[in-house]
Design a protein around this ligand. Structure first.
Ligand code: UDP
Length: 327
């Protein structure tokens, strides 16, 4: 089986590439290294069935050629991370909508399966817990920058389903909830790598808001396993699946756990949202997926505990800094 992974040098894409290679498949990565990094795929570079191209999905001839050579397209290339979205809204909207449109158009011409990385952000401010795939999306007003991300991804989902219904494109949508693990970086605002870096540097651990907001974090290994198993099932075509865990933790508790796991002397500091992001910023107080559709399809759901996840992230930070010191 030949796979094209757009955004394959990103955090989740690189784990997906690794898992597909490990089972003997052929993987090509297309990534413009905007938020991804060559370091994420460095260890795959010599692998016999692996290749990568540094380039953008907006390069249509290149995209068409790579889609032509693949059996399955995993589309993860996107502008991600709340900080980046607020800082660069034009890039977010253009990349997320324009890029997906091109991928779908070229995949449809050749009838190639597409697996699209959507996000739990599309549920927005819904309070209908747990979030079911067929539930309402409750998005905020356009002047609040963060909503451009949810809106762009929701529109991408409409496009996937439109291509499926109108052109018979075998498309499947995965709504990924907070996914964490080794190789994720905090530059774009993701909370766990930020806390781990702060704890390891004995710097203040910056909890935004009250710290009572909660999330369900899932291990990237579990997410990738679910992604691959779903993408292997013909019954997934035309469907939308939440992928995540339902083990909920508040951000304040997460900070305390990271401090404990690292034995750090860092103080835990509460930072008001308007200082952390922008004035008027809206954070989600809770985000919990319904996993019944996932469980029904696969017979299992992600279960790795947050403590195990934190330990793996700490280990990967420590390995990385040892490697940098040794170089
Ligand atoms: N967060 C925080 N400190 C940070 C970064 C994030 O308290 O340094 C909070 C953020 O406000 C949110 C939660 O952690 O409530 C998860 O943030 P992340 O950006 O990782 O994911 P998302 O907001 O998409 O759930």
């Amino acid at each position: 089986m030949r796979h094209l992974i757009t955004g394959g040098a990103g955090f989740i894409g690189s784990h997906l590439a690794e898992a597909l290679l490990a089972r003997g498949d052929q993987v090509t990565v297309l990534d413009n290294l905007s938020t991804g990094s060559i370091d994420n795929i460095e260890h795959l570079r010599g692998a016999p069935r692996f290749s990568y191209t540094i380039g953008t999905v907006a390069n249509e001839p290149l995209l068409a050629e790579l889609i032509d050579r693949a059996d399955k397209i995993h589309h993860l290339a996107a502008a991600v991370g709340v900080q980046l979205i607020i800082k660069s809204p034009v890039r977010t909207i253009e990349t997320n909508i324009g890029g997906t449109e091109l991928v779908l158009r070229h995949a449809a011409k050749k009838s190639k399966s597409v697996f699209f990385a959507s996000t739990s952000e599309v549920y927005g401010k819904s309070t209908d817990f747990p979030f079911r795939e067929d539930g309402e999306l409750v998005l905020g007003a356009p002047p609040i920058g963060r909503w451009s991300y949810a809106c762009s991804k929701a529109l991408d989902e409409f496009l996937c389903l439109a291509y499926f219904h109108e052109h018979g494109l075998p498309a499947t949508i995965f709504r990924l909830f907070n996914t964490v693990g080794p190789r994720q970086v905090g530059h774009y605002g993701m909370v766990l790598p930020t806390f781990v870096r702060q704890a390891l540097e004995d710097a203040p651990i910056t909890v935004f808001g009250t710290g009572r907001q909660s999330r369900c974090f899932s291990a990237v290994g579990d997410v990738v396993r679910a992604w691959i198993e779903l993408s292997d099932r013909p019954a997934s075509v035309g469907q939308t699946y939440n992928i995540g865990s339902n083990l909920e933790i508040s951000i304040g508790e997460l900070a305390a756990l990271v401090k404990e796991a690292t034995g750090s002397a860092s103080p835990i500091e509460l930072i008001p949202y308007e200082r952390a992001y922008e004035s008027g910023f809206e954070d989600m107080p809770r985000r919990v997926p319904s996993l019944s559709r996932l469980e029904e399809a696969l017979g299992w759901i992600p279960r790795t505990s947050i403590r195990e996840i934190i330990d793996s992230v700490v280990a990967s930070f420590t390995e990385r800094s040892c490697a940098i010191q040794a170089a």
